[in-house]
Design a protein around this ligand. Sequence first.
Ligand code: DQQ
Length: 577
Amino acid sequence: MVTKGLEMVKCGVVALYFLWLISNRFGFVVSHGDINEVHIPQQFQRTSYHFHPLKNWMNDPNGPMYYKGIYHLFYQHNPNGAVFDSKIVWGHAVSRDLINWAHLNHALEPTHPFDINGCWSGSVSFLHNNKPVILYTGLDSSFQQVQNLAIPSNFSDPFLEIWTKSSHNPIIVPPNGVERHRFRDPTTAWPGPDGGWRIAIGGQTSYGGAAMLYGSEDFVHWYQSRFPLYSSRDSGNWECPDFYPVKLNGSNGVDFLNGSRVGVVKYVMKASLNSHDYYTLGSYVPEKEKFTSDSGDGFDLRGTNLGLRYDYGKFYASKTFYDSSQKRRILWGWVNESDSREDNIKKGWAGLQVIPRKIWLSKTGRQLIQWPVKEVEKLRTNHFSLYNKELRGRSTMKVLGGSASQVDTEVSFEFPYLEEAERVDTRWFDLDPQLLCSKRDASVNGRVGPFGLLVLASNDLSEHTAIFFHVLKAHNRYVVLMCSDQSRSSFREGVDKTTYGAFVDIDPRHEKISLRTLVDRSIVESFGAKGKTCITSRVYPTLAVDDDARLYAFNNGTQSVVISSLKVWKMSNAQIV
Ligand code: DQQ
């Protein structure tokens, strides 16, 4: 009883402190005028509910965690400009709901010989008694990449505002056979069979890109295991590896420390390389300290044995954490700009994080499912919906006449004329979905598709981003393509307008196709088939902005499709201060 009372008092104090922090910072901003005027160069492309620093450059999410009722996000940040600079710091922000954020002072800045040229990416691990520590990569005085430890100065501060670097730093230096400029981004630690700790570090070795395995008893003295946790012969340097268990049944998350028992979980091995985040699913036998992929060691066309991608658009250097408060695993990922360095300098900002996504294993066990955290739904306003509406061949339908520059949309389609789908001669696994999406873009007349949404569309449709599906038949098997076509997204020159595409693992004979799309001025996050296939894009419309942005549904196939349900919400702004 007494303990419960004390707990409640503690929670109350934490809540008050948080309120004070938010109101103090927010109050400061509003007392000096509109937040946009104070901190942010006025830009109509600036997002309103995606996480970003108040100005300048951001890349990788680092060390996300939940601690004493507060979510923390650290991130790679250049406080001096809107461009990447290797002498980067760890920005730090806190939140109660993963959507509204208050920025704190930088957690880590280059200060010592072991990180004087930059505090690069890393992770948070919870040691015994639930004590968080940071492992990060430092660029030392000779630009060698070494691993360092930082510890909160005050564990009872839920905001963990001050971090002290260990006097033992650097605690790991590049081993023989590893390039000293390619040895970085330590993972969150997990317990080894001997009661010690294990981590993986990304890099380039003589046997290819790898997640190198390290062990330690005290978190300070580390030894390298003979074999990597996983590696890939020809893939080049591995950045930001992530390794974690997922439950075989259900969408709850699981941590190494709570219930990752054999027969109950599978393991995810993820690495960032060549601008994409790849993963594979498999098993891990702690006693053998070996991860084995379910798909064997077969290499795909891109020379990697990590066959799947989290997101088939712009999404990189991601990191997950286990949210003990809601028993879920959450994924953060960095979304770079699609315009030039010069544009970023003019804008005064660059880089976003996706809306954090809950992540779990699909029922088939073949892939992961991602879905925006439910907290984002608090921003939904002005609901519009329609049901059972036929979308005839070659037609377009305006869904939102008013401003659609910030919306959340959920739509599902049925196709009564599936058997009319176009045939392709190639077997499905020889098809390149991104190429198919570029060749059969949104304007091409197919049969069952292309159909989907036109977001950030101008009134005359001359500007729009199309997110759509196309059903094809390859050797008696239906193949569902999901595409994001940016080719008409902006009249601006010099912007990357690559079309993205991926397969959706559903059987359209038995399932509807659903699409959820989050639009926030210059970012479009799309989730096909309830989160099986995800595509994120950056776009910079010039006409379809603010009150002039519209939302349409379209069908450029010859066959009708039916919108079985469509729901749209306008989204209000998040408080990011
Ligand atoms: N970004 C960091 C590195 C990491 C890369 C530097 C991935 O630690 O490998 O900002 O985007």
